[in-house]
Write a protein that binds this ligand. Structure first.
Ligand SMILES: O=C(O)Cc1cc(O)ccc1O
Ligand SMILES: [Fe+2]
Length: 452
């Protein structure tokens, strides 16, 4: 099946049911475990939540497949790639950090696939106790061939920046273009083909799943609308091979196992635990129509909630093209220090608070309580610009992973593409303070109010 003609099931976290049209009737009717499944298939449950979770958070799917996943040779520790938990071994860095665009390896020099080209930039916590998160960067030039990957440590939110990802999953096929994102949850096996040099960002969360943020007073619609999320239709191949490699990340280490058939042999499935994609162009932006800079939480596409009400493990936030109309307001982001960690990436265009230096395919990390905000040029320009309605972020898509963990950069992140000049963008900020002129004998009542 070509990746360009794909159709998808619509909706967020629905109870879906799908069977490959080449095998109608593959999905058992009225029960999950018939004594014999249709067409000699095996039934396998994939659990994404504890069996006992309340209905709102209970996640599982039933897969009807040619062979159960257990038919594989034992896993062996694999030469450790760059996807790891090496942040545990490095000294943390409270500075504002910025990375230049990460280099994509040249295919003529070395073929690198999605998994080989994924490097951990920073992280916190431990998948063993299901608490924490990691941010990875992928740069690759080749398809994975007869190899798949699944993550036993967390859910992956993948943000392609350059090059489409053609992803085959146990649930079917998804094509994810830049400006689209996809989520592949804990345990789901997938293979990635690429069409050329490819680069992007991955947020991995070690507990919970992504949900849509509540809308509160916004009402029933807006932000990312549920029907715009797309889940694959069932697709299978019945393919025996000499060697199919199944890779797994388990407790921060990569493992490898061999089997002699394609793992993409799921003929039909049903359930509410399935991968999905979303086109960021569909995001319905809500913001002020009067004054002041509204917190960027209004731009949340997906959130992975912690157990503390209102506190996310991680939010995925975007800064899409929109109108800026705020009256008597400094419109770009405010200067701030945050009790959350902010990693930002740029898919295309330029970000208003830093028109220079922050480039597509690069990134920045403003850690917990690390001060940051607009660079000096942005402050001067936007403090003096006429406040007419204005298009903001035209041709741009910046995003933020906002995490409640304090992130530590890995050795790879400390050595790769670090922009050591970043701090300089704030140094030209001038002192503008001009207190009212007073006669010291007048007392406080005579002090003139500053002009607006
Ligand atoms: O730091 C940043 O650029 C991200 C950000 C944007 C914004 O509009 C308000 C707060 C914030 O952290
Ligand atoms: Fe910020």
């Amino acid at each position: 099946m070509s990746f360009d003609k794909l159709k998808y099931l619509s909706g967020f976290a629905n109870e879906f049911a799908s069977e490959d049209p080449r095998c109608p009737g593959a999905l058992p009717e009225g029960q999950n475990n018939p004594q014999k499944c249709p067409f000699g298939l095996y039934a396998e449950q994939l659990s994404g939540s504890a069996f006992t979770c309340p209905r709102e958070t209970n996640k599982r799917s039933w897969l009807y497949r040619i062979r159960p996943s257990v038919v594989h040779m034992p896993f062996e520790h694999s030469k450790q790639g760059l996807m790891n938990q090496d942040w545990k071994d490095t000294i943390p860095n409270p500075n504002q950090l910025r990375w230049l665009p990460f280099d994509i390896p040249k295919k003529s020099a070395e073929a690198v696939d999605f998994l080989e080209g994924t490097a951990t930039l920073c992280g916190a916590g431990d998948p063993c106790v299901r608490n924490g998160a990691a941010i990875h960067i992928y740069t690759c030039n080749s398809s994975m061939g007869d190899k798949c990957f699944y993550d036993s440590d967390g859910d992956l939110l993948i943000v392609p920046q350059q090059g489409a990802l053609l992803i085959t999953t146990e649930f079917g096929k998804i094509k994810v273009n830049p400006n689209e994102i996809c989520v592949i949850q804990l345990g789901m096996r997938f293979n990635v083909e690429v069409e050329g040099p490819s680069r992007g960002y991955i947020l991995e969360v070690f507990n919970g799943h992504f949900t849509l943020p509540n809308l509160g007073p916004i009402g029933a619609n807006g932000l990312a609308n549920p029907r715009d999320f797309q889940t694959p239709f069932a697709w299978y191949e019945d393919r025996d091979v000499a060697k199919y490699t199944v890779m797994s990340k388990f407790q921060g280490h990569l493992f490898k196992s061999i089997q002699t058939h394609s793992p993409f042999d799921v003929v039909a499935w049903h359930g509410n635990y399935a991968p999905y994609k979303y086109d960021l162009a569909n995001f319905c932006t809500v913001n002020t129509v009067s004054f002041d800079h509204i917190d960027p939480s209004v731009f949340t596409v997906l959130t992975c909630q912690s157990t503390k009400p209102g506190v996310a493990v991680a939010d995925f936030v975007i800064f899409p093209p929109r109108w800026g109309v705020a009256d008597h307001t400094f419109r770009p982001p405010y200067y701030h220090r945050n009790c959350m960690s902010e990693f930002m990436g740029l898919i295309h265009g330029s970000y208003e608070a830093k028109e220079k230096g922050f480039q597509p395919g690069g990134g920045s990390l403003h850690s917990m309580m690390t001060p940051h905000g607009p660079d000096a040029k942005c402050f001067e320009d936007c403090s003096n610009a006429p406040l007419k309605p204005q298009r903001v972020a035209e041709g741009t898509m910046a995003f933020m992973f906002e995490l409640s963990f304090s992130m530590t950069v890995t050795d790879w992140g400390n050595k790769t593409k670090v922009d050591n000049t970043y701090y300089k963008c704030w140094q030209p900020l001038q002192k503008h303070f001009s207190p009212p002129k007073t006669d010291p004998t007048d007392g406080p009542s005579k002090v003139k109010k500053a002009k607006k």
